[in-house]
Design a protein around this ligand. Structure first.
Ligand code: F6R
Length: 363
């Protein structure tokens, strides 16, 4: 097993994803400024509902934002991860086309239907067809710096969504949340970053406790999309299987499966519960009681609680912890967290069928 401390520990991270998290506050500020600067050719009160179209790292940004503000959203918001858009999207729908590369075929296919519906479309992208063709069609584009892995550009994709909701008065004023969010990012980097030795670093310790295990990440309410982010980061960075689900729903089905968990799987399964101090009190009880029932059937249970005043800050604290832990887990496994070869291979194969779009996002 590989070590996590010292500069040589980071050598396997060929794309510098670990070091990149250190730029989070600058990324946050740049993304906010870019989204505030874009001109929107419609009045704020024209919006009747919201759809955010995207996949993978560009879609989870939407889920995290809607998760953080879900009780205070003034209009319905849906994340669409499909080729087809729902029938209700119409002229009053604010549609945010979210694709870091601007070349993701599901998002582009869905975006073409948005143009036909005359919706209020705005794009968040670093380029590709979304940044060229749709800009030429009059879709305002919030620019994102190119050259990153989409999942590493989470803040650059997420902050523009927040600003868009704010500019349309769909969430309460964000000013104090934004300030706390910046402070949370700074504190999280100081606590979980690569310079903090493993003995004092909760993210490195978390990675260590997940080594050779299969994480089953549970969330609820605010932490439901965070569990999905953690799962995705374990998959894409550490290249391991990981699964996410949410309470209270899992108490109505998934809980039954633990009784029949095959022994080899029991020995590998590591339950990770992402808890929020503001959960509904029945959700708090459900976490405790479900844990009691399930614990005999898994290798271990970890419970991690979000910290912070605002939901946005609590969400970011857990997201940064999970991002670092997944990257450290890659190092422990001796794998490069950056490249996502399986995704690239699949995109190439799809392109070869003649129906998919080219793997080259600018094509
Ligand atoms: C890769 C990643 C992926 C992409 C997804 C969609 O780092 O996170 O999940 O986000 O393949 O691509 P984009 O974001 O370019 O639309």
């Amino acid at each position: 097993m590989f070590g996590l401390d010292g500069p040589e520990a980071l050598a396997a991270d060929s794309l510098g994803l670990i070091a990149g998290i250190g730029d989070s506050v600058a990324a946050f500020d740049e993304a906010r400024a870019a989204a505030e600067a874009v001109e929107l050719p419609w009045p704020a009160d024209a919006v009747t509902d919201v759809a955010i179209l995207g996949m993978g790292g560009s879609a989870i940004a939407a889920d995290l934002v809607t998760g953080a503000y879900r009780e205070r959203l003034r209009l319905p918001i849906t994340t669409v991860r499909d080729y087809y858009i729902p029938g209700w999207i119409g002229e009053g729908t604010l549609v945010i086309l979210s694709s870091y590369s601007g070349g993701t075929e599901e998002t582009l296919t869905a975006a073409s239907q948005v143009l036909e519906r005359n919706s209020l479309a705005v794009a968040v992208t670093s380029g590709g067809k979304l940044g060229s063709f749709y800009a030429a069609e009059g879709v305002p584009v919030i620019p994102v710096v190119p050259g990153m892995q989409p999942r590493a550009a989470l803040l650059r994709m997420m902050v523009p969504l927040l600003v868009m909701l704010d500019r349309h008065a769909l969430v309460p004023s964000l000013d104090s949340d934004m300030e706390e969010a910046r402070a949370t990012l700074t504190a999280a980097i100081a606590a979980y970053g690569p310079d903090v030795p493993e003995a004092e670093n909760p993210a490195k310790q978390l990675a260590r406790s997940l080594a050779s295990r299969v994480p089953l990440v549970w969330g609820a309410e605010l932490t439901t999309p965070i569990a999905i982010r953690w799962k995705g980061q374990f998959n894409e960075n550490a290249k391991i299987p990981a699964y996410a689900s949410a309470l209270p729903e899992l108490d109505h089905n998934e809980i039954c499966g633990f009784a029949g968990m095959p022994a080899p799987l029991s020995e590998l399964a590591q339950l990770v519960m992402l808890r929020d101090p503001r959960h509904h009190r029945q959700v708090q009880r459900r976490f405790d009681l479900t844990r009691e029932l399930v614990e005999p059937h898994v290798a271990g249970v970890l419970s991690i609680e979000a910290e912070g005043q605002s939901a946005l800050a609590r969400m970011l604290d857990l997201v940064i912890l999970g991002d670092y832990a997944s990257l450290y887990l890659a190092l422990l496994r001796g794998v490069d967290p950056g490249p996502v070869e399986m995704i690239e291979r699949l995109k190439e194969r799809l392109a070869q069928t003649g129906f998919g779009r080219s793997a080259d996002p600018s094509a």
